[in-house]
Design a protein around this ligand. Structure first.
Ligand SMILES: C[S@@+](CC[C@H](N)C(=O)[O-])C[C@H]1O[C@@H](n2cnc3c(N)ncnc32)[C@H](O)[C@@H]1O
Length: 258
């Protein structure tokens, strides 16, 4: 099946912020409940070994995604800086604690400020970017000499596009009371006028269509092959689904190779 870049509601400029934020806050809750972070621990450990600082700079953080749970699960917990071009401010601020902070201004994953050193992570977001922009994310990390870990829980597979997507409204319906921060409007738009189960399901289904396959990831980084820089990629089984990942790092920067 070819990659299809249909529109996601959350990407549309006119789409109400509160509905877009409901989607990213739900996505954070879902990933916390199914324990996505545990599958990312070995990859992040490896990436951090090539990072100049013990910090994770999360790009496209949305409502936080799996990253706060990931840093909590890592040995010698790294700092975490949450960034996004259109941050879900309330959800991100809810996650702030000792080692977790939110960047005060929007950060474009394609042009990250040079002072934000550390392992860059981009979870469940590469599919928002068309190939040239997706490549720009990796090019920027490479030019800055910072390792980068990308992972997606969505996948362009028959199971994800059918049964997986069909179950999204039910998951939204079941999980909305657990989504933080609690917003009355989100509860009303789930249980009184069930708009959110439908809008989140649409964006989830489109995400699966947009997700890059391993072969497409190969093509993204092919022009970025350099001596002293490694690109690795693969898939890990995560329950009934699979996580597709890509890790890039500068060999010269290795502090304690995993
Ligand atoms: C589906 S959410 C993923 C959120 C989170 N990482 C997770 O795993 O739940 C995608 C996020 O990517 C952000 N985004 C899209 N294009 C971006 C860009 N060029 N730079 C930074 N963030 C971007 C959106 O604002 C949105 O919050």
């Amino acid at each position: 099946m070819d990659r299809v870049h249909l529109f996601e509601l959350a990407d549309l400029a006119w789409y109400p912020r509160t509905l877009a934020d409901a989607g990213t806050a739900y996505l954070r809750t879902l990933q916390a409940k199914v324990g996505v972070a545990q599958y990312l621990v070995p990859l992040a450990t490896r990436g951090l070994a090539y990072s100049p600082t013990r910090r994770i700079v999360d790009l496209c953080a949305g409502g936080g995604g799996p990253t706060p749970d990931l840093v909590a699960a890592l040995p010698d917990r790294p700092e975490l800086l949450l960034t996004d071009l259109h941050p879900n401010q309330a959800s991100l601020e809810d996650l702030v604690d000792d080692g977790v902070s939110v960047h005060p201004t929007p950060v474009d994953a394609r042009t990250v400020p040079a002072d934000l050193t550390g392992l860059r992570t981009i979870f469940n977001a590469l599919h928002h970017l068309q190939p040239d922009d997706a490549r720009a994310v990796f090019r920027d990390a490479q030019a800055a000499g910072q390792p980068i870990l990308m992972a997606e829980v969505s996948e362009r597979s028959f199971l994800s596009l059918t049964l997986g997507s069909a179950l999204i409204p039910l998951f939204v319906w079941l999980m909305m009371p657990m989504v933080r921060p609690v917003r009355l409007s989100w509860l009303l738009l789930t249980y009184v006028v069930p708009l959110l189960p439908l809008t989140i399901a649409w964006d989830g289904w489109v995400s699966q269509w947009r997700t890059y396959s391993l072969a497409e990831q190969e093509a993204l980084v092919a022009p970025l092959q350099r001596e002293g820089w490694t690109w690795e990629m693969g898939q890990v089984q995560a329950g009934p689904g699979r996580i597709t990942w890509l890790l890039g790092y500068p060999l010269a920067a290795a502090t304690s190779p995993a």
